[in-house]
Ligand binder design. Structure first.
Ligand SMILES: Cc1ncc(COP(=O)(O)O)c(C=O)c1O
Length: 401
């Protein structure tokens, strides 16, 4: 058997070692507490579940769906964008339902990247942007996201010859893993840059509804001209606790949307119709659940931040997203810190390097563990960190020299 080069080229899966250790601990009967996965623990609102149950009984929904989705669903998406962001979308040409946004993100590269082409990809980032670029034969040019720039890429430092060769730019705000947010002024610069270099901008925005302290994240498409250059990916996964339902959407530029639709129509047959109806229920129904969920996440965020600061990890409260991006003490790599924490306290966090080289020195904690687990996990983290010897690069607290 000879695997394709693209499969052989996949980077080693960072989480394999951690997953093995978790399995070993569980086999020994030890309780492991995970802050690793961004998968809401709160159930999908009942009205959405009820709608699925009703629609599952309708024979018309047992047949193949269309790749481009039910007209009613596309309309519900367009109306939701209008209500939420004031963005006007044509449901026929500017909206494409996806089998979860990951599916569309993964396939987009095949519509624009030929072997040797460049995609501008942030680092740290959701890994699918770089992997799909690699699958399509392209190269990723890394846009570092660093704390001094609020985890926004510096477009000025991208060499013009790289920008000219690049065909796609990936962005994601509110950001996974850093929790950073972007404003319209930043997106205006992105639109100007994309026009200058004839780039497709793909803005991945599954966390716009998970926000705190009254903050309301913006859509890239709110910027004048954004629709000329870009597509925005969105999802019901995090907004309505529907990660397991696999339903999302791409909206924006009609030509980009059409390319993705043509590609997808050769590979998949769309989203099961009963799920599309449940998604319509989510988008058109009472939106009160979003505030309720955000209040829960905000409480968790504050509890976690308090303990992280207490034990000396640098972390600022994110204004949006499901993640806390915490700076670990010098002297550990992210992977070492995560491994020691798992070994020593049975607590799982994600090493920052799982999201790229610029994730070194950080760990990511998710807000989606149950409250009781968060309390226990934080208690363990506190005692474990007290038991740690001072690390090589870290001056002991009582050393005044
Ligand atoms: C930044 C980002 N984009 C996309 C996704 C995929 O979401 P889904 O496929 O569930 O819509 C995730 C999931 O965690 C994510 O963090």
């Amino acid at each position: 058997m000879r695997l394709s080069r693209r499969i052989q080229g996949l980077p080693p899966y960072l989480f394999v070692q951690i997953s093995r250790k978790i399995a070993e601990k569980k086999a020994k009967g030890e309780k492991v507490i995970s802050f690793a996965i961004g998968d809401p623990d709160i159930p999908t609102p009942d009205s959405i579940v009820q709608r699925l149950c009703r629609e599952a009984k309708v024979p018309a929904n047992h047949r193949y769906p269309e790749t481009y989705g039910l007209q009613e669903f596309r309309l519900a998406i367009a109306e939701w964008y209008g209500r939420r962001f004031g963005v006007v979308l044509d449901p026929e040409t500017e909206v494409l339902p996806l089998i979860g946004s990951k599916e569309g993100i993964g396939h987009l590269a095949f519509c624009f990247i030929d072997p040797g082409d460049i995609a501008l990809v942030p680092d740290p980032a959701y890994p699918v942007y770089a992997i799909s670029t690699m699958f399509a034969g392209g190269e990723s040019y890394v846009m570092p996201l660093t704390t001094d720039r609020g985890f926004l890429p510096d477009l000025e430092v991208i060499p013009p010859e790289v920008a000219r060769r690049a065909k796609v730019m990936w962005l994601n705000y509110p950001n996974n893993p850093t929790g950073a947010v972007a404003d319209l002024a930043f997106f205006e610069k992105v639109v100007a840059f994309a026009r200058r270099y004839d780039l497709v901008v793909c803005h991945d925005a599954p966390y716009t509804e998970v926000a705190f302290d009254g903050y309301r994240p913006v859509s890239f498409l709110e910027v004048p001209g954004a629709k000329d250059v870009g597509l925005e990916f969105h999802s019901l996964s995090k907004s309505y606790n529907m990660t397991g339902w696999r339903v999302g959407m791409a909206v924006g530029n009609a030509q980009i949307r059409d390319a993705l639709m043509r590609f997808k129509s050769n590979l998949d047959s769309g989203i099961p119709q009963a799920i599309q109806y449940a998604a319509i229920e989510a988008l058109k129904g009472d939106q009160g659940c979003i505030e309720e969920h955000n209040a829960i996440y905000q409480r968790r965020r504050d509890r976690i931040i308090k303990v992280l600061q207490e034990i000396g990890l640098g972390a600022t409260p994110p204004r949006a997203s499901l993640y806390i991006w915490a700076r670990i003490p010098d002297g550990y790599t992210s992977a070492e810190y995560a491994t020691r924490l798992l070994d020593g306290a049975g607590v799982v966090v994600t090493p920052g390097t799982g999201y790229g080289t610029y994730g070194e020195g950080y760990i990511r904690l998710s807000l989606t563990a149950a409250d009781s687990d968060i309390d226990e996990g934080l208690g363990r983290l506190r005692s474990w960190s007290k038991s740690q010897p001072p690390t090589p690069g870290k001056r002991p607290a009582n050393n005044l020299t």
